[in-house]
Design a protein around this ligand. Structure first.
Ligand SMILES: [Zn+2]
Length: 89
């Protein structure tokens, strides 16, 4: 498991509106922080009020429910990042 804890049965599937990174999080909300954009802010600019808002740029696409579905998405997204072969079902 790359994004969520082993045995997770419910998570949110997000896509960042800025960098188009797709990721899973056990934190479910209409929007959440993009791990990639959030890192850039921390390292280069430092958080301020305006940027803090911009880091909530990832929108919830879907809530994934069920351990098997969570594992499937986790695997697909992990392969996409590492450049392996994968099929979007
Ligand atoms: Zn992003």
């Amino acid at each position: 498991m790359y994004y969520v804890e082993d045995g997770c049965e419910r998570c949110g599937y997000y896509e960042c509106q800025k960098c188009h990174t797709r990721f899973l999080s056990q934190y479910i909300a209409p929007v959440c922080k993009c791990p990639d954009c959030d890192n850039e802010v921390d390292m280069e600019i430092g958080p301020d009020d305006e940027m803090a808002e911009e880091t909530t740029s990832a929108k919830l696409i879907e809530v994934i429910e069920g351990k098997e579905n969570v594992e499937k998405y986790d695997k697909l997204l992990s392969l996409a990042i590492t450049g392996g072969d994968y099929d979007w079902l």
